[in-house]
Design a protein around this ligand. Structure first.
Ligand code: R5P
Length: 275
């Protein structure tokens, strides 16, 4: 009996190896933090400001990112296969910014294609509290089931509808639900009392940047999120719409991995901008 248990545990360990390895490529084991660069916006926004010439914008940022979050079309058309960066592939979508149900997303990529693309994780958006929440939650669980079969982690994105509040009550509800439904990482928004979102969510939480704001404010937000226990950022527009995207990602990186203060990070941004 004991040998049987040992064998089962041993087998489980081997099966978990790929999942753990992929996660540790994204969330760096030395400090448990990550700088994800989110450039998946085209899946519902088309040629988003800053990403019109995708490769020209994104390639110079890659040395400062721990992981790249994007769509399969962007990956195949703009990113060279010999690039050394973990890929987080968006696998939910199907609606657009001009459509009627912006966030009523379904599965848009098969797990087979995700594996073919050698991704380190897949990302799926849920919309808790909307009329169609059940569709997005069942989509998430289906993706978790399929991804776990191959040891691929799932990043759940807690989308927020236009008329919904991005407050601690809502974001902790959505983040905890995502984790309970099987997500291995959660991406949500920063809010007041953000510590509660992190404390009540059993998996690593990263924050989205949201709409472009002045660089100093975005850096303060990233800093506060880290102080409140976030594992990092999955930031897009506040980096690629900045007047100096390389300076901005370097500054964000200093906050995430070097415990820089917002002022120190802003100085890094300014120095790069004035080069
Ligand atoms: C959200 O559903 C998508 O993943 C966005 O592309 C991502 O949140 C964008 O990041 P940011 O808000 O920092 O531009």
């Amino acid at each position: 009996m004991r040998d049987f248990i040992k064998e089962v545990i041993g087998r489980k360990f081997i099966m978990d190896w790929g999942m753990k390895n992929r996660l540790s490529r994204i969330i760096k084991p030395k400090d448990g933090r990550t700088v994800m660069l989110a450039v998946d916006h085209g899946y519902f926004m088309g040629p988003t400001t800053g990403l019109e010439k995708f490769d020209e914008m994104v390639n110079p940022l890659l040395p400062y990112a721990d992981a790249l979050m994007l769509t399969r079309g962007a990956l195949r058309n703009y990113i060279s296969p010999d690039v050394d960066i973990p890929i987080i592939l968006r696998v939910s979508g199907g609606t657009s910014i001009i459509g009627k149900e912006l966030l009523h997303e379904g599965i848009i990529v098969s797990m087979e294609d995700a594996i073919r693309l050698n991704v380190s994780a897949v990302a799926f958006s849920i919309l808790v509290g909307a009329e169609f929440e059940r569709d997005t939650l069942l989509g998430l669980t289906q993706v978790v089931d399929e991804a776990e079969r191959y040891g691929i982690p799932v990043l759940a994105v807690t989308a927020v509808g236009r008329d919904m509040a991005k407050d601690v009550k809502y974001l902790s509800l959505a983040s905890r639900m995502a984790a309970e439904l099987g997500a291995h990482m959660v991406k949500t928004y920063y809010c007041e009392n953000f510590g509660k979102v992190v404390e009540t969510c059993p998996v690593p939480v990263v924050i989205a940047g949201g709409k472009k704001q002045p660089e100093k404010d975005a850096l303060k937000m990233a800093y506060n999120a880290i102080q409140d226990g976030a594992s990092g950022v999955d930031m897009g527009r506040n980096i690629f719409q900045s007047e100096c995207p390389v300076g901005m990602i370097k500054a964000v990186r200093a906050i995430i991995h070097e415990n820089a203060t917002p002022d120190e990070a802003y100085q890094i941004f300014e120095e790069e901008k004035n080069k």
